[in-house]
Design a binder for this molecule. Structure first.
Ligand code: M6R
Length: 366
């Protein structure tokens, strides 16, 4: 049942190209210039009337929401808030009929996410659910559903659910941009072109795991690690650090790279592994400076950058290149080396990868 893999997690990481393709299937027009989301039943007027978007979820799904915020704000120019479901449900949220609430849940059964959904609907918001389980509680109670077609995810650590949630977010953002005319048709097509081929780039990353394995072998005894990034890379850094904590029990902190100076830099000491994400072209120079900052404290830096951005080699100890893609789509492929890093770190430490201590796959109680 593990399809020849040692763990479900590794199998599921490797299933991502297929899962990404399935999640896109039928959702891009033949000409490649339009998003087709028939499952969204909002009238054109309702789409026009959206004043705010709130995304709410837990754990990894929340991290997909953080990517959603950047992308929806950038493409649709509507304010987006992201809230942890257990916070949202108890904070008397400002929600009304012009608020679009997006809940994200792989299982569709997470107690806090379901409660957040109910709270949002009670206050008159329309709720779109992004979920992986057909007829799950979240799917049954939402107004609209965008299914991710990741297939069953067995490993407690979420991998293919996350990358397919990202695809659902991109589709939703592009759909809103198209319906509200906030993006030129050419720009929509350009992103869709790259989205269609993202699965092949994910495969390229999966075909080149040796450097990650070596890094994991070298640093698996580390007690503390840092993930730094800016913009979309910061959202991915949070997901990478959660994955590492969850299955390898290594302490990992994710920081917006610009925040280092405001406290965290005090913790950067000799040989501490720092995973620096530098895939965003517009923020690249800033990241190079942040890498210099941690190198000045003798950290061991592995950087992730897009192909061609070789300048980073001068500052980082090691560089992993991800295939070139539209910068907004980079999280889908940037996270894969981080999933693999967490996986191999956990394997080298002898951890129970698929069933980390104290955790359940689906948190159906508070
Ligand atoms: O089923 P859900 O997407 O609602 O689950 C949310 C979180 O419990 C889940 O993503 C959790 O954080 C993962 N184990 C992380 O890998």
């Amino acid at each position: 049942e593990k399809g020849g893999y040692e763990h479900f997690m590794l199998k599921e990481i490797n299933e991502q190209p297929r899962a990404l393709r399935d999640t896109l299937k039928g959702r891009i027009s033949h000409a490649g210039d339009k998003v087709i989301l028939d499952e969204i039943k909002m009238t054109p007027e309702e789409v026009q009337n959206i004043k705010r978007v709130i995304i709410t979820a837990c754990g990894t799904a929340y991290h997909a929401g953080l990517v959603g915020k950047y992308v929806i704000e950038q493409l649709v120019r509507v304010p987006v808030e992201v809230d942890i479901a257990s916070e949202f449900r108890y904070r008397d949220p400002l929600v009304d009929k012009d608020t679009l609430v997006v809940v994200v849940s792989q299982s569709g059964e997470t107690a806090d996410t379901l409660a957040a959904l109910r709270e949002a609907r009670r206050r008159g918001a329309r709720v779109v659910a992004i979920t992986n389980v057909i007829a799950s509680s979240v799917a049954r109670e939402a107004d609209d559903i965008i299914y991710t077609w990741a297939g069953p995810e067995i490993s407690v650590a979420s991998t293919k659910a996350y990358t397919t949630q990202l695809v659902a977010m991109y589709l939703l953002a592009l759909y809103l941009a198209q319906e509200r005319n906030t993006l030129a048709a050419g720009n929509i097509k350009e992103i869709l072109d790259d989205l269609k081929s993202i699965y092949a780039k994910a495969q390229e990353v999966l075909d080149d795991i040796e450097p990650i394995k070596e890094f994991a072998e070298k640093y698996h005894k580390a007690e503390d690690t840092f993930f730094i990034g800016r913009g979309l890379d910061y959202a991915v850094a949070l997901e990478g650090s959660l994955k590492l904590k969850e299955i390898s029990y290594i302490h990992a902190e994710a920081y917006a790279a610009g925040e280092l100076k405001h406290g965290t830099l005090a913790l950067i000491v000799e040989n501490i592994p720092v995973i620096a994400l530098a895939t965003q072209q517009s923020l690249f120079e800033k990241m190079v400076s942040n890498i210099k900052e941690v190198k000045a404290r003798d950290a061991s830096v592995i950087a992730l950058a897009m192909e061609g951005h070789t300048e980073v080699e001068k500052v980082a100890d090691q560089v992993l290149y991800i295939p070139k893609t539209h910068p907004v789509l980079a999280p889908i492929i940037t996270v894969i080396p981080l999933q693999l890093l967490a996986y191999y770190m956990a394997v080298y430490r002898g951890c129970d990868v698929d069933k980390p201590r104290n955790l359940a796959k689906s948190v159906t109680v508070e």
